[in-house]
Design a protein around this ligand. Structure first.
Ligand code: SIN
Length: 299
């Protein structure tokens, strides 16, 4: 049985079947997976059985890996693997608890955001803990033309410093040193994907206001875009099974982990993360074309 790419949503996300559970694939197959990734933005793999080495090796074929900080949440001996988990080893947390409970793309509040992330399910709660994904090419394309025109070529301010306590109330406040390491960033609100050239809406939960607009107007615009982006029509819900792994492109999607009872159940996931690039400004709208034109765009 050969590789198959089966769409799971009308505009993005596809499941890849017909490959080894270790994701050890030859170059020709990898090329097909890579093409599917850039066109569908999110790939779902099921029934995997990967060691941390295999997880790292497969991710690395897409580009250099990013080491997540703080280092304490990475898998011992494997700094490239971040542990997303509520499991404790004695009283020591094995990973970052409640990571991503809220719409975002990874690293959107950093100078160089993460290109992609690859999350592998090891242990799951019997209920809750799904992950939602939203298609930011589709969101951009659906925006009213006057809003598209208003945000094309503009930047918004994202602030870990102002929003850390809002999004991570269960974590300690940032130290002065951490604040110096995570200064505010000003990213394009419309992003040009470096591989496809298509335009996505790039406004996640760390955004606060808009460069060049009065503060109140910018805040209102950011809130409007944050709500617009995650309407059900743009969203795919992933209901995890043990052995699933989802590879998502942070440049053109957002995601949100949904809650579960973490006082009662365990959820343990391993994530590799790809290094990104400074987000490219989309100076003009390049709406993602119809699927039959995708192959050429991603090569
Ligand atoms: C993340 O944001 O990387 C974690 C998502 C999840 O746990 O579902």
């Amino acid at each position: 049985m050969g590789l198959e790419v089966l769409p799971l949503h009308e505009s993005f996300v596809a499941e890849v079947t017909g490959i080894a559970p270790t994701l050890d694939v030859n170059d020709a197959i990898f090329k097909e997976i890579e093409r599917a990734f850039y066109t569908h933005s999110i790939l779902v793999f099921r029934d995997l059985n990967m060691s941390p080495e295999q997880h790292i090796a497969f991710t690395r074929r897409f580009g250099p890996l990013h080491i997540m900080e703080p280092l304490q949440f990475n898998l011992p001996g494997y700094p490239e693997v971040m542990v997303v988990s509520n499991v404790e080893d004695g009283s020591r947390p094995k990973g970052l608890k409640r990571a991503g409970w809220g719409w975002h793309s990874d690293g959107e509040d950093k100078i160089i955001p993460n290109a992609a992330s690859f999350l592998y399910a090891i242990e799951l709660p019997p209920e809750g803990g799904d992950t939602l994904y939203a298609d930011m090419y589709a969101a951009f394309a659906a925006l009213p033309p006057d809003i598209q025109a208003k945000i094309l070529g503009r930047r918004a301010r994202a602030s870990r410093i102002e929003l850390h306590n809002v999004h991570y109330p269960h974590l300690p406040a940032l130290t002065e040193q951490q604040k110096r390491e995570r200064p505010d960033v000003h990213h394009p609100m419309t992003r040009k994907h470096p591989r496809t050239g298509w335009t996505s809406l790039y406004v996640g939960r760390w955004c606060i206001d808009v460069d060049g607009l009065p503060k109140a107007e910018g805040e209102e615009l950011v809130r409007y875009l944050q709500d617009f982006a995650v309407q059900p029509r743009f969203v795919y819900r992933h209901r995890w099974r043990v052995g699933d792994a989802v590879l998502w492109d942070n440049r053109c999607t957002q995601h949100c982990a949904t809650p579960f009872d973490d006082t009662k159940y365990r959820r343990h996931m391993l994530r590799t993360t790809l290094e990104g690039e400074a987000p490219m400004q989309a100076e003009r709208a390049v709406v993602r074309p119809a699927p039959h034109q995708w192959v050429a765009a991603a090569d």
